[in-house]
Every structure is written in structure tokens, then in C-alpha cells.
Design a protein around this ligand. Sequence first.
Ligand SMILES: *[C@@H]1O[C@H](CO)[C@@H](O)[C@H](O)[C@H]1NC(C)=O
Length: 400
Amino acid sequence: MAVKAALVFVAAAVLLAYYCDQPVPEGIAEPRMYAKAQGMVFRISANLARIGEYLGVGTEPQNLRSVMEAIVKVGLMLKGSSYREGLKVTDTMFDGVKVRVYEPVSAAQSSSKVPGLVYFHGGGWVILNVDTHDPLTAHVAKQLGTVVVSVDYRLAPEHVFPAAFDDSVAATKFFLQNAEKYNVDRTRIGISGDSAGGNLAAAVTLVLAKEKGLPKLKTQALINPILQAINFETPSYIAHGHLNTLTKDKIVSFWLWYLNNDLSFKKVFEANNHTGVQIKKSQYAGYVDPKMVDVTTVKKENIKFPEIPNIATILDPRFAPLMADDADLKGLPPTYVMTCEYDVLRDDGVMYARRLEKARVEVNHDHYEHGFHAFLNSFDDYELAGIAMQNYLAYLKKIL
Ligand SMILES: *[C@@H]1O[C@H](CO)[C@@H](O)[C@H](O)[C@H]1NC(C)=O
């Protein structure tokens, strides 16, 4: 055991040294600093998580969660907590779901009601939490004078789909129904999230659009959202699947942890072999690939899937919002989509924006030619991320 541990340690050290020197694309924002640093952090964390599982210390997703959260925590300690000044921050429960509520002091004192925003953090449904996104959600609340509810939904793989989705719906409904308690105008509530949080925001928006008796959401604002699991060979997956800031390898793991916690199907998914010829020629494939002209409309109940647990779920819009039919997109609230060039998920967001436009939904699409996945979280650190944050806030200010 000691020899094995020592060998693994040496191998890990060599790997880490090697990974420290990964090239980043020329055009990416902050290539020498942030893009590179974030890529290194992700890559090193991913490998430590795997090595840990191999050594019998926790599972890969648990380890990834611990490592990433520890790293973010150090960053937050260095930052201090002054960014929360002017806010009342409360951890509480909304209909059994853990949430953190940010109330600007100005909003509590305001004689008229203020807008509200429900926010879902990113992290592949597996890692990160309301703490890791605390600076972002606090900033949004403060800058907009808006009450922000950050949802601490249950994580996979301990809780596979639909746990995170169910929590997201429950917390949003509760806020819509109890907005007055927070001096919030229930007709001025929006929903937002980044990455897997963008997935949850889009899924909740689709479902609430069909619910009667609730005020309509004012907007959905989707930041680098992850929206489909039927095609891992879109142009952005092909172009950027190896980028350390978010690899195709990690994305497929996240989807599987969320779907069924069975990573034995990883190679099958990566090769797009988890869908048969029926799906590959169907309207669902067309939802992802704008160049497909001759699609054959298939009914879900007639599709033959390979033998993979829960596989039919990949066509469920609550799991993968890009699988929503055109009729489901009609009448959705005005939508904001942020995408980045250097992101495997670029085409997920671009396609959703295009399909919503075609369905006559009002769409604001900000695409960052030099941006990369999750760069918005660094809004305080460098220019492009700061500009992206300003544009996001300007949109919310106008719409809410
Ligand atoms: C994917 O399917 C192709 C064609 O059926 C096959 O040649 C290939 O080995 C499969 N790959 C994986 C990883 O399943």
C-alpha cells in the first residue's frame, strides 16, 4: 500500500508539473493569467479527484467537489467579506429547499416594491454551491437593488435527475408565491444561472410557462448554459473539447453523474453512440444541428434506445431544455443568452437562442469572441469579465 501510494504520489507530482505548462489558444482572454490558471485548476482538480478514488479516498465526484470548493474558499478568504456590505444575507428554506436570500438594505427601506431574481449556480449539477457563487450573487443584488435568491439545490450523483430540477422548481414557485415578504413585486421576478445553473433556469422556465395561477417570469437569463446531451460532436465540442477550462471529458462525466451515476457508459457517450440512427435523423438532432434539413419527426414512445439506465431522459426538456419542441418555446419570457467562443457549450447556447428567436421569443444574445467558460465569475479581476458582467446587469436592469 505504501509503495502504491508513493508511486501514485510521484506520478501525480509529474502530472501536475506537466499540466502546469498546457498551452492555451492565442485568441482567448487573459491567456497568460486567468484562462491558464483556471484551466490548470480544473485539470489538476480533475486528476486529483481520480487519483483519490483510485487510492480509495472518496469517489471522483466527491473529491472533485472537495478540491474545487476548497480552492474557491481560499480565494474567498483572500477577498474578504466587504463585498457583502449593504446587503442583508439570510440562509433559509423555501418549501424544503435550502436557499440564500440577498436583500439590499435599500430595497428593504424602499416604499415601493423591488424586483427579484432567482439564481442557480453552475458546477455540472455535481460541484460548487451558494458559497462559491456568493460574490457574484451579492454583486447582482447590490448593483440592481434587487432581491436575489440563490438556490442550494441537491447535487448529483448522490441525487440524480430530477432532484436538482425539482428543488429549482420548488424554490422558484415559493418565491413567486411569497415575494411580498421580501418587499418584492411578484410580477417582476426573473430567473438566471450559469452553466448547469443555466440548464436549471431554462428547465424551470419551460415548466412554469405551463403552470396556471402563478405570475409569469419576467425573463430567463442563461449564462454559458448546458442544454443538450444527444450530440457531443457539435462544432464547439470538436473545436474546444480539449480546452482545460472545461473539457468534453468533464462534461460527459457531469451528464452521466446527473443522469444515472454510471460512468461505465462514458466512452459510449463521448463517441455519440448513446443515440441510435433514429435519433440521429430525428427532429431532436435538428434541434442541435442547424444544418440538418431533412429530419424525420419521431415520437418519443417509438424510439429504441440502447441499454443504458435512464437513457430516455436525454430527450426530456426538464433534463435537457434544447430538446423542447418548437411549440413549447412559443410564449416563453424574454430571454438573455451569454455564450463564449472558447467553450464546448458555445453551440448549446447559440442554438437555443436561434430556436427561441424562430419561435418569436424576444432574445438578447451576448457572444464573447475571447471569452471562456465560467469567466463571468472573475468579473472583479479583469476587463473582459467586468464588461460581460456590466452587459448582463444592464439587460437585467432594463427587463426587470
Ligand atoms: C461507436 O459505434 C461505432 C459504429 O457502430 C463503433 O465502430 C465504435 O466502436 C463505437 N465506439 C464506442 C466507444 O462505443
